[in-house]
Design a protein around this ligand. Structure first.
Ligand SMILES: [Zn+2]
Length: 238
């Protein structure tokens, strides 16, 4: 049985990814006292099929939607790195920004995309930004944030210290090994998803999809509604 983490960092590619993937677990952990910060690598300006807004208007709108959703989940921090939507590239500089956030927020648990997933289990392509962000965040957690000789300028010039994340939770994984019962938090998750009006102008269809998906996940472990992850225990073995 996993103890509830005191501090949680969620690293996601786009606004709405957190709510769509782990919103129930985040709401559950926040209710039980966890301090949660969301780190959005892009502001999702290319998302949605029916929008006629400019990129600048989309960034403003989607960041506002994300802040509103974060409040409903009980997250106390939301940060945006404003990388280009659809154009996230793996780089040492971007990895360093995630390392800095880990060393600042000092989470016990880090949630992100499973970078190995090319196709989602409902037979959709997993967005390239998701895969790249998952790899960046996973690497940032291990080994970069914990090793004092990696990104050493953050320690000497910025007053931070190395930080070891204890648990990594990868969502949209094809090898789930950890299930969370979100039955008491499915409504919070659905309400948070509904904040993303640029993506879901009608709340009904996405709410039905979320209930159906969470129900299918939960039924594997006798839960009414569940979320699943590939969990990696990063505590040192020796
Ligand atoms: Zn996304």
């Amino acid at each position: 049985m996993l103890e509830i983490p005191n501090r949680v960092l969620v690293v996601a590619a786009h606004p709405d990814d957190v709510e769509m993937s782990c919103g129930g677990t985040i709401a559950k952990f926040a209710t039980q006292g966890a301090q949660v910060c969301l780190l959005l690598v892009t502001s999702g300006e290319c998302g949605g099929r029916r929008n006629t807004l400019t990129a600048e208007q989309m960034i403003a709108q989607r960041e506002a939607e994300q802040r509103e959703a974060a409040k409903l989940l009980g997250a106390s921090g939301v940060e945006f790195l404003r990388q280009p939507d659809g154009g996230v590239e793996y780089s040492s500089a971007l990895r360093g920004q995630i390392v800095r956030q880990i060393r600042t927020w000092r989470p016990d648990a880090l949630f992100t995309h499973d970078p190995r997933t090319l196709l989602l289990d409902w037979n959709e392509v997993n967005h390239r930004d998701h895969r790249v962000v998952g790899e960046l965040a996973m690497d940032a957690a291990y080994p970069y944030a914990r090793a004092r000789l990696l990104y050493p300028d953050q320690l000497s010039a910025q007053g931070l210290s190395a930080h070891a994340v204890k648990d990594l939770f990868l969502w949209d994984s094809n090898t789930p090994n950890h299930f969370e019962d979100i039955t008491d938090h499915i409504d919070a998750r659905i309400d948070a998803v509904a904040c993303h009006k640029t993506q879901f102008p009608k709340a009904g269809p996405v709410a039905a999809w979320l209930r159906n998906h969470a129900s299918k996940v939960g039924e594997q472990k006798q839960m009414t509604y569940g979320e699943c992850f590939h969990r990696v225990d990063l505590r040192p073995v020796f």
